[in-house]
Design a protein. Structure first.
Ligand code: FES
Ligand code: FE2
Length: 391
């Protein structure tokens, strides 16, 4: 009688197990994601002299900025009796816990324990700290093991005349949104109204092609007249594409880059940087218009509540009056509609899922290498990588 495990008997079973979805430090995908620099906050979310909790990769951290502007990332809890460090006081050279005043330097070293005179005891207490850097309006951190790799640069965004930085949460596993980003056909249906309606992209369903590249993959939406829209997936979780102009004074399509960051298995955040081609007074107009749109959105029923009402059958998508954040609602409904963690073993993939199949293969190969202790692929971002709008 064969003693082979089901995995050995059928290698395909490996890929149907829940591998990509896992986020903990012990999981393969969690380790893989942690082997890259990843954004964990917008730079504007953390002012000098302030601290805040950060929940990412199934873990929690304390992010603080000393009064001179330097960012620090450290453990979530105080080693004394475990309260949240982010509620404490940021000082010029570290952070002090709110509960009993223990003080930690920016290198994590405990410096003061009020009421304790045993210096040796104090010296033995140290917080874990993580490398952290500010870039393109985001706070990037390296929370993996060992020395961090060199931080990649995205020069097309460094040169942009204006950078618009934003973030949002979505109540499903982060990998569903990674897959969504290279899903060219969903634009025709999910976004049949709203942002893409008059973009010229939705007139016909494109033929999907995909190729592996030095940085990940390029997904192509090929139209019958030969026009091609290129969307880039930069390993492991970055999407780069072009979006139609939507602001006054904006003539060019925007360069868009985003990172999908797991919070827990069933919640993720996206950090978005958009290079907008506007200059001078148009920048002020852009900011004023954006703030106004955000105020409009804040006055409406939340996108999440609306999406939930669609998913429960209380209303239909077509019942939603026009609103500026309709694209996010459309994506929320389809992605959260897949289930908090989609059951990939029950899917039926087709021709239009080519890019997603390629992405999964590439991820599987990396996760297998990690599991076997073999070297991972070293991805390279070309100097001026830029997507094409396909028009
Ligand atoms: S719990 Fe932080 S000082 Fe006591
Ligand atoms: Fe979408």
């Amino acid at each position: 009688m064969s003693m082979m495990s089901p995995e050995a008997a059928s290698p395909d079973l490996w890929s149907t197990k829940r591998q990509f979805e896992q986020v903990s430090p012990a999981s393969l995908a969690g380790r893989f994601m942690r082997s890259f620099w990843q954004p964990i906050a917008m730079a504007t979310q953390i002012e000098p002299g302030r601290a805040r909790p950060v929940h990412a990769f199934g873990e929690s951290f304390t992010l603080y900025r000393t009064p001179d502007g330097t960012l620090n990332l450290t453990e979530f809890r105080c080693p004394h009796r475990r309260t949240q460090l982010s509620t404490g006081w940021v000082e010029s050279d570290g952070i002090r816990c709110m509960y009993h005043g223990w003080k930690f330097g920016t290198d994590g070293q405990c410096k003061e324990v009020p009421g304790e005179d045993n210096e040796n005891y104090i010296r033995r207490i140290k917080l874990k700290t993580y490398p952290v850097r500010e870039y393109l309006g985001l706070v990037f951190a390296y929370v993996g093991d060992g020395e961090p790799p060199e931080m990649p640069r995205y020069t097309a965004f460094e040169d942009a005349s204006y950078l618009d930085v934003s973030t949002y949460f979505r109540d499903c596993n982060y990998f569903q949104n990674i897959e969504n980003g290279i899903d060219e056909v969903h634009v025709n249906f999910t976004h049949s109204t709203g942002l893409f309606e008059h973009s010229g992209l939705n007139e016909e369903v494109p033929q999907v092609e995909a190729e592996q590249t030095s940085y990940g993959l390029v997904a192509k939406g090929v139209r019958s007249d030969g026009r091609v829209r290129e969307t880039h997936l930069l390993m492991p979780n970055i999407l780069m594409l072009k979006l139609p102009p939507s602001a006054e004074g904006e003539n060019e399509w925007r360069n868009y880059i985003s990172w999908r960051i797991p919070v827990t298995d069933t919640l993720h955040m996206t950090f978005i940087v958009q290079g907008v081609s506007i200059a001078g007074e148009d920048i002020d107009k852009f900011i004023a218009a954006r703030d106004e749109v955000n105020a409009q959105i804040a006055a409406l029923e939340s996108f999440k509540d609306v999406s939930r009402r669609v998913m429960s059958g209380e209303i239909a998508m077509s019942d939603i009056p026009p609103r500026p954040d309709i694209t996010g609602i459309q994506d929320y409904v389809t992605q959260v509609g897949q289930g908090e963690i989609v059951d990939r073993s029950a899917e039926h993939l087709g021709r239009s899922d080519l890019a997603i199949v390629l992405l999964r293969r590439m991820w599987e190969r990396e996760l297998r290498a990690l599991e076997m202790g073999e070297p991972l692929t070293s991805w390279e971002v070309p100097e001026m990588l830029a997507p094409t709008k396909g028009l």
